[in-house]
Design a protein around this ligand. Structure first.
Ligand SMILES: NC(=O)c1ccc[n+]([C@@H]2O[C@H](COP(=O)([O-])OP(=O)(O)OC[C@H]3O[C@@H](n4cnc5c(N)ncnc54)[C@H](OP(=O)(O)O)[C@@H]3O)[C@@H](O)[C@H]2O)c1
Length: 222
């Protein structure tokens, strides 16, 4: 979703700093996009790394925090430190990014977080993920007040076809995507570009702050 957002922003003429933990992936992305991007390594779980990223970037118009790492697990069997890893990456990672970006975001610029359907519609086996996403959305609303006139919003994606699911077998993934597409009123799952369009919409819309935009083809209604 981050990569699709970068592609869409560059297509609109933006200069984008793209960040993740793996320089090789960032360089490949920058090369594929073909200009308008600056790759910088960052680990959202490491405060010094996040501080270092924003020390390099100067004034910025918009921040989108899309990535996170960590795994899901059942409440009674997942080791607590493993459950904490997701919260540290998803919630605290976005917290760190906003904390160090905000002093550099121009007035009227924006910060966008990336939540997910579980924030309001959990299933069994994803308790730590659900709690992290719900906390993230409320962080966005709190910061919309505290950081104004910077605007702070979240997208809440449904099932999106990204490399996140690559640890599943092709068959398992195909069945999961098919079931999600069958449930969704629009009859398909999401593509990263669907989320990118929503993120750019939130960046561009100067009357939107403290909001959560669902990007799920109506999947959450069923
Ligand atoms: N795909 C879905 O259906 C879906 C739906 C709702 C919500 N979400 C959530 O949305 C987020 C993005 O999902 P995605 O599908 O775009 O995932 P993805 O394709 O796996 O991409 C995640 C990106 O985050 C980077 N990343 C991971 N941990 C990081 C860290 N600690 N510091 C900096 N960068 C880090 C990864 O690069 P490196 O590994 O190189 O760092 C990768 O570029 C995830 O948090 C996911 O839980 C996904």
């Amino acid at each position: 979703m981050g990569l699709a957002t970068v592609r869409a922003a560059v297509a609109e003429g933006a200069s984008v700093t793209i960040a993740g933990r793996t320089m090789e992936k960032l360089r490949d992305a920058a090369e594929e996009i073909g200009g308008g991007t600056e790759p910088v390594v960052v680990d959202l779980t490491d405060e010094d790394s996040v501080a270092g990223l924003f020390a390099q970037v100067g004034e910025i118009d918009h921040l989108a925090v899309t990535g996170a790492s960590g795994s899901t697990g059942e409440f009674l069997s997942q080791p607590v430190p493993e459950a904490q890893e997701f919260m540290d990456s998803k919630f605290w990672g976005a917290f760190r990014a906003a904390r160090y970006a905000a002093p550099r975001v121009r007035a009227g610029g924006s910060i966008t977080f990336n939540s997910g359907t579980y924030a309001t519609k959990p299933t069994a086996g994803v308790a730590a993920v659900t709690a992290s996403l719900a906390a993230l959305e409320m962080l966005g609303k709190s910061l919309a007040l505290e950081l104004a006139p910077i605007r702070v919003n979240s997208v809440r994606p449904g099932t999106i076809d990204t490399p996140l699911w690559s640890s599943m077998s092709e068959t398992e993934r195909g069945e999961m995507f098919e079931a999600a597409a069958g449930r969704a009123p629009v009859g398909r799952i999401g593509q990263p570009e669907d989320v990118a369009r929503a993120i750019l919409f939130l960046m561009d819309h100067d009357y939107l702050t403290g909001t959560v935009l669902e990007v799920n083809g109506g999947e959450s209604l069923v």
